[in-house]
Write a protein that binds this ligand. Structure first.
Ligand SMILES: CCCCCCCC/C=C\CCCCCCCC(=O)SCCNC(=O)CCNC(=O)[C@H](O)C(C)(C)COP(=O)(O)OP(=O)(O)OC[C@H]1O[C@@H](n2cnc3c(N)ncnc32)[C@H](O)[C@@H]1OP(=O)(O)O
Length: 216
């Protein structure tokens, strides 16, 4: 699949930001606040006397948002239009409270890279990142690497190797790079490293040049 107007390493300068970093808009600020709430709910004292009030206030915020939500089909059109594509995914999306969010830039050798510090909502083993979260992040990093490499597709297989526990609360660098293209098959590799360069997780992905139709 062609990547349309998405930047590639052949037509864009090194350092091109390939995702949509939070831009200070009301929706990005609201989403940032929601991330804080999720994190704080996991950290706050279980005996906090105000949790009942917190539940009431959060439900009232959810009701307000739902009252103003258009039909899902209508939202999907928006999400898959223009910059919308990079604003809602669960890895880099500034509008998605599940996303850390990770910001990725393209490098001249065709790879993509981003640094993120994960906290308690992403925990698996105590003090460490959940393995499924690592796979999620890397799947998306490889997808963006494919687009930067000029050939996008859907994940057919993702082989994940967990070398050592991946720490929470410290910067992690994620990279991905398109390695080869064979007809419709795209092979892409990537990893997660600590600041001192230790590889925690490495992946190799097989992507197939195919997409589902975009809503319009
Ligand atoms: C993606 C949009 C990109 C937009 C571009 C620009 C914007 C960039 C911005 C933002 C980046 C976004 C980044 C997103 C990243 C996340 C990606 C995902 O989460 S994707 C969702 C999860 N994946 C699925 O849901 C697939 C479900 N599976 C399928 O739909 C099919 O099985 C599919 C497409 C994978 C293959 O189906 P067939 O019918 O088209 O093709 P067949 O003939 O089966 O396979 C083609 C070749 O691949 C091999 N193959 C297929 N699956 C394989 C497997 N699991 N293992 C080994 N080989 C496999 C086959 O043996 C065949 O090989 P032989 O040509 O004969 O040599």
């Amino acid at each position: 699949m062609s990547v349309g107007t998405h930047p590639t390493f052949e037509n864009s300068p090194p350092g091109t930001v390939l995702t949509s970093p939070p831009d200070g808009s009301a929706v990005d600020r609201a989403t940032g606040a929601a991330r804080r709430v999720v994190d704080a709910l996991l950290r706050t004292d279980r005996g906090n006397a105000n949790l009942a009030r917190v539940a009431e206030e959060l439900n009232s915020i959810a009701e307000h948002l739902e009252e103003h939500a258009p039909a899902v089909a209508e939202r999907l059109i928006d999400m898959w239009n223009g910059e919308g594509v990079t604003r809602h995914d669960p890895v880099t999306g500034p509008e998605n409270a599940l996303a850390p969010p990770l910001v990725l830039e393209g490098l001249p050798d065709g790879s993509v890279r981003g640094t993120v510090t994960l906290t308690i909502p992403y925990q698996g083993p105590p003090g460490h990142v959940h393995g499924g979260v690592s796979a999620l992040l890397l799947d998306h990093v490889l997808g963006v690497a494919n687009a930067w490499g000029g050939k996008a597709g859907m994940t057919a297989q993702l082989s994940t190797r967990y070398h050592r526990p991946t720490p929470l609360f410290e910067p992690l660098t994620l990279t991905g790079k398109l390695i080869s293209v064979d007809g419709r098959k795209i092979t892409t590799a990537g990893d997660i490293r600590t600041a001192d360069g230790q590889v925690c997780v490495s992946v190799e992905g097989l992507f197939v040049d195919k997409s589902v139709p975009r809503p319009r």
